[in-house]
Design a binder for this molecule. Structure first.
Ligand code: HAM
Length: 422
């Protein structure tokens, strides 16, 4: 009987060697600036109570209305695979009372997120983000720092062609004033039923409608930036001047609409033009009412999510990904059962001292094992047979030029550390 092959589900992005090394490199470059700024890891579940997202992210959003992976678990509870990270962080902060300690609560996270979007290059149903959240302090300098941390991540990747767009969605007073005029404007448009009900929940969504006739209609719509309250305008001006002081270039995009409903105040997006339609490599902003909506205190927060998959595509487009082939320092070829035991012992003690060591397994003939050593890219090779064990010494072969030297097994670690300049 022949079994059929099973394929990965449609639209998931997975990373296999050697590409996985580039992926790991990108993820670490993106998040290291947050670690250096005192953000601490939060490791959260990938599934949550569905209400967390309908309430937190908002029912007018595509993410909630069309893209959630929602199912009933065995206890009849409605569960959703997390489409984003912020709501889960807030849930955990509230649940564990972290917001009763020192503020701001500063956390970072990294992992898979799930959105049932139409898959295409740079848009996946399971994708990867790293993100940060800073909760509990309302200060434009913090907004600027959060943006600077994201920017540093992209700079770490060597990216040059991206741009930063920022805007402000203002405070409640600014949005209320704008909403009155925006609704008045929208009521003058000919809209289908679905659009009318989306506008009733969040009229700002219409700025994000990709249909050409809607884009044209919305071109004349009142812009929130013109309605900022004095406090919001002052806050936004301060964010901009801090960014300038740090030498971070940005443009103001007053029509930016983020895909999630919780945003208020400073919002931003990083765009990489080489990525075609999926050009958003990261985004974030302030979300002043979110914690309260989720049953917590009325504390503000700000954060970002960076798309690891897209950042890797951007780094590939700009040819900044370093060569990531794994090469070991030493390849041990044991000949015979007794030698295998010795090889295992020697390898584990060499690895403990930082020497990357591989072993040839499977009783291959010497010739085949040498080929494997060659392929592995190892810098040195030793053969461990009966005579080597008896004499307590091996021939250490340097693969770059084939030069060999006789080394006592007991001296192998010192010798290799010297040769590798570890
Ligand atoms: P977001 O803009 O929805 O924000 O996602 C952040 C980034 O994730 C995007 O800029 C993009 O690079 C990547 N991304 C989103 N969807 C996909 C997809 N289907 N395939 C590949 N990459 C994707 C958030 O998720 C917010 N939670 C960010 C945030 C944190 N705001 C405040 N704090």
């Amino acid at each position: 009987m022949k079994f059929e092959k099973i394929q990965a589900p449609k639209g998931v992005r997975e990373y296999l060697p050697p590409e996985s090394q580039s992926f790991e490199w990108v993820r670490e470059q993106l998040i290291s600036p947050a670690k250096a700024a005192g953000y601490q890891l939060m490791e959260l579940p990938v599934f949550e109570d569905t209400n967390l997202f309908t309430r937190g992210v908002g029912e007018s959003t595509d993410v909630v209305s069309k893209e959630m992976y929602t199912f009933e678990d065995r206890g009849g509870r409605s569960i959703t695979l997390r489409p984003e990270g912020t709501a889960g962080v807030m849930r955990a902060v509230i649940e564990s009372n972290l917001d009763r300690g020192q503020l701001p609560v500063k956390v970072w996270y990294s992992g898979q997120f799930f959105r049932a979007e139409r898959p295409q290059a740079g848009r996946y149903r399971q994708f990867y983000q790293v993100g940060i959240e800073a909760i509990g302090i309302d200060d434009p300098a913090l907004d600027a720092e959060v943006i600077a941390i994201a920017d540093r991540g992209f700079k770490n990747l060597g990216l040059k062609n991206y741009r930063l767009e920022i805007t402000s969605l203002g405070d409640a007073q600014s949005r209320a004033a704008h909403r009155v005029d925006l609704l008045k404007f929208i009521s003058g448009l000919q809209l289908d039923e679905a659009t009318v009900s989306r506008a009733a929940i969040n009229p700002l969504r219409l700025f994000d409608d990709k249909r050409p006739e809607m884009q044209e209609a919305m071109a004349k719509a009142p812009i929130l930036l013109d309605y900022l309250s004095p406090a919001s305008a002052q806050n936004f001006a301060a964010v901009q001047s801090y960014l300038k002081e740090m030498g971070i270039a940005f443009t103001i995009n007053p029509r930016m609409v983020r895909g999630l409903d919780y945003y208020t105040g400073t919002t931003f997006e990083f765009i990489h033009p080489d990525l075609g339609a999926q050009s958003g490599i990261g985004g974030g902003g302030r979300y002043d009412g979110l914690m309260e909506t989720l049953g917590g205190q009325a504390l503000s927060g700000i954060g970002f999510g960076l798309g690891v998959d897209r950042a890797l595509l951007a780094a590939i487009a700009e040819s900044t990904v370093p060569s990531q082939e794994f090469t070991s320092d030493l390849f041990i070829i044991p000949l015979g059962d007794e030698s295998k035991g010795q090889a295992l012992t020697i390898a584990s003690s060499l690895r403990a001292s930082g020497i990357r060591t591989e072993i040839a397994f499977g009783d291959r003939a010497l010739k085949g094992a040498m080929k494997a050593a060659d392929k592995s890219g190892a810098r040195y090779v030793i053969v461990l047979g009966e005579s080597e064990l008896r004499d307590g010494s091996v021939e250490l072969k340097r693969m770059s030029d084939g030069v060999t030297s006789s080394v006592k097994i007991a001296q192998l670690q010192d010798e290799l550390q010297r040769a590798l300049a570890l």
